[in-house]
Design a protein around this ligand. Structure first.
Ligand SMILES: NC(=O)c1ccc[n+]([C@@H]2O[C@H](COP(=O)([O-])OP(=O)(O)OC[C@H]3O[C@@H](n4cnc5c(N)ncnc54)[C@H](O)[C@@H]3O)[C@@H](O)[C@H]2O)c1
Length: 372
């Protein structure tokens, strides 16, 4: 059995825990929480997990743990990922990989130096319809891609009483919405097109610059310094152009990811609110909608369609698909073989930080900025 630990047990930490229970050959041996130790113990006992602590350093020298899942808020990603890489552990981290590209470059260096496997939970690309979209582009079915447009819209920060650590620079880093959900969108766009974003021109905004932060005696006014809206023009290495918009204040949009890819022969579109479907558009024939299917998809995308056609998969299954590829790669690595599945790694996490920083710089300087 491979031993795993999960650090951070909020929303996504629990998704990691539930997903790990589905992966054969893995035993979750430790849970690390942020605050009340008794709550961590209670959760660990519920799942029969032997170690419960609120100090991740307790695990650095534990030989029963080979893999660490880092599900803490953004500002802790660097410190915790670095400590475990230095301790020789493989890591599956949450995004954004860290809060600056200096930090992410250092993490990439440490992973390479330690010959350690890394992964980042860019889970949306693991929906079977998204894998099929990427396979269609790879196989040239769209012709050369010329235009990519889309958005990632949410509404959970619409009211001035909505509050979260993502609004505080000390926890979220330089960026809120671009790093949080923009990174998911541009990771998807680069994955489906198979082409990196090389240049950006951004317009960002803090739609609600003052919010009511909950305190011990009701609310206090809090001045928000990070953006909650962004629209970005993008250029891809393959010559395609595009634009995307992200916001956390669009009433009615919960987790609305929209990606549209246009080629010279045909188009495709995917929307997270109808995640099982892939729309294919044509100039001279009727458009089509493919439902995810282990029978109807391309050979290299079938692997991700886990259920018989007509049985819809969901978010947990997308995360499962990523974890399964990560752990199958790890098993190969531990047997001295080459990992064979293309899981987003710390190298890709570093690139997403470079794109984020170029977007922030472009907004500050009001000009196109190259992604270095
Ligand atoms: N891949 C995805 O789809 C996805 C979705 C949600 C969140 N995320 C990422 O996951 C991370 C966590 O987000 P969340 O929404 O779960 O936040 P959250 O606030 O729900 O959970 C964070 C948890 O970390 C704990 N924590 C804080 N300091 C800690 C420490 N030193 N040691 C251990 N635990 C500590 C907190 O107590 C809290 O329970 C963020 O970086 C976010 O960007 C990714």
């Amino acid at each position: 059995m491979i031993g795993a630990a999960i650090i951070g047990l909020g929303y996504i930490g629990k998704v990691h825990l539930q997903t790990l229970l589905r992966i054969p050959g893995i035993k979750v041996r430790a849970l690390v929480g942020g605050r009340r130790l008794e709550r961590v113990r209670e959760l660990a006992d519920t799942y029969g997990i032997p170690i419960a602590t609120n100090d991740y350093r307790d695990l650095l020298d534990d030989p029963t743990i080979q893999v660490v899942h880092n599900c803490t808020p953004n500002h802790l990603h660097y410190e915790i990922n670095r400590a475990f890489l230095q301790a020789g552990k493989h890591i599956l981290s949450e995004k954004p990989l860290a809060t600056s590209s200096q930090e992410t470059a250092e993490l990439v260096r440490l992973a390479e130096a330690g010959n350690l496997l890394t992964g980042i939970n860019f889970c949306y690309r693991y929906y079977p319809a998204v894998q099929e979209a990427a396979a269609k582009v790879r196989k040239g079915e769209l012709g050369d891609v010329h235009t990519v447009v889309g958005s990632y819209l949410q509404d959970w920060l619409l009211y001035d009483t909505d509050y979260d650590w993502r609004l505080e620079q000390s926890a979220t880093g330089q960026s809120n919405v671009i790093g949080d959900i923009g990174s998911h969108w541009f990771h998807l766009a680069q994955f489906v097109t198979g082409s990196p974003i090389v240049e950006v021109m951004a317009d960002l905004k803090t739609t609600r610059p003052v919010r009511k932060k909950p305190g011990p005696e009701g609310y206090e006014e809090y001045e928000v310094k990070v953006e909650d809206y962004g629209s970005v023009l993008i250029h891809f290495a393959n010559g395609a152009s595009g634009v995307f918009t992200v916001s956390q204040l669009c009433a009615g949009r919960k987790c609305a990811i929209d990606l549209q890819v246009y080629g010279f022969d045909s188009s495709l579109a995917w929307n997270h609110e109808r995640s099982t479907e892939l729309w294919m558009g044509y100039r001279s024939q009727a458009n089509q909608v493919l439902m995810e299917s282990p029978f109807l998809q391309h050979e290299d995308a079938k692997r991700y369609a886990l259920l018989p056609t007509g049985h819809p998969m969901g978010y947990h299954d997308a995360v499962y698909n990523l974890f399964r590829d990560f752990y199958e790669n790890l098993k190969l690595k531990l047997e001295g073989k080459e990992p064979k599945y293309p899981v987003p790694d710390f190298g890709e996490g570093h690139r997403e930080l470079l794109v984020t920083e170029a977007i922030l710089q472009s907004h500050r300087e009001k000009r196109w900025v190259k992604v270095l």
